[in-house]
Design a protein around this ligand. Structure first.
Ligand SMILES: [Fe+2]
Length: 276
């Protein structure tokens, strides 16, 4: 049996410069440092790490400088797409030396061909806006790119959630053209996962045949308030990452791994059997 492919997935780093706290509360840099240490310690080591946007809090060059220092500590290959808190020009300056970075076109979109699962990163950002959009040009690029390898299992990544989370203030800024995206995916049954961020929580939804997973934030989470027109609040819950495990026969299984120190592992069994 072939070795499983492990894809680690983090999102919404929201790094600020000079040790400043996001929203005057959240130590996002310390959280990223813990996430990087956690990723580097995973055994077996994931094949790759994907980052689904909001690498910085305000899209400033000094914030990208800080995030780059930390991401360069990863001992794993990593790939990133922008989110609404990023800014394409600064994102480009920070990462254009990376092998995956596109050198043509307005959008920061790429493919990774090195693994048994193909990765396609989409740029769903709209400058100065919180909501996401793919537009005809990006959807055409996706349709063409998907058609290049119709028999290879594929993951599509974007920042904005293409579903309704039930958290109103986030759903007012979700992906605006999720139905046109669904129409593209309907022609691409080889897309086995759609991965996103933005909602700062682990959620599972569906877009056509494809399972959609949003990653938790590496630091703060969006408060799970399902009251209509509820307030835009965040909470400090355990941060986390997703680990998507894939094998040819079984496809994807997605694991949620909380970040932090917890007790265990301890055995279920001793020499007398199940411990009573
Ligand atoms: Fe975010």
């Amino acid at each position: 049996m072939s070795q499983p492919f492990f894809l680690a997935h983090i999102s919404d780093l929201h790094i600020k410069a000079e040790g400043r706290l996001s929203y005057k509360k959240v130590d996002t840099l310390g959280s990223l440092q813990r996430a990087v240490a956690h990723l580097n310690a995973l055994d077996p080591a994931p094949d790759a790490v994907v980052i689904t946007g909001d690498l910085t809090d305000f899209g400033r060059d000094d914030e990208y400088a800080e995030v780059r220092v930390e991401l360069d500590k990863l001992t794993l290959p990593w790939f990133a797409i922008p989110g609404n808190h990023d800014a394409r020009p600064a994102f480009r300056r920070a990462f254009q030396d990376k092998s995956w970075f596109p050198h043509t076109g307005d959008f920061i979109q790429w493919t990774v061909e090195a693994f048994p699962v193909r990765l396609i990163g989409l740029d769903s950002t709209v400058p100065e806006q919180s909501y996401g959009e793919l537009c005809a040009e990006r959807l055409d690029w996706l349709r063409t790119t998907l058609a290049e390898q119709p028999s290879k299992p594929t993951v599509v990544l974007l920042h904005h959630h293409p579903f309704i989370s039930g958290i109103d203030h986030m759903d007012r800024q979700n992906l605006r053209d999720s139905q046109p995206l669904a129409a593209v995916l309907a022609e691409a049954p080889h897309v086995q996962r759609v991965l996103c961020g933005h909602v700062h929580r682990f959620m599972v939804s569906q877009l056509g045949h494809a399972v959609v997973c949003s990653a938790p934030g590496t630091s703060h989470q969006v408060a799970p308030n399902f009251t209509p027109d509820g307030p835009a609040h965040f909470v400090i819950e355990p941060a986390g990452l997703l680990l998507h495990r894939w094998q040819p026969a079984s496809g994807f299984t997605t694991h949620y791994l909380p970040l932090g120190q917890y007790e265990g592992p301890w055995p279920f069994y001793d020499k007398d059997g199940l411990i009573d």
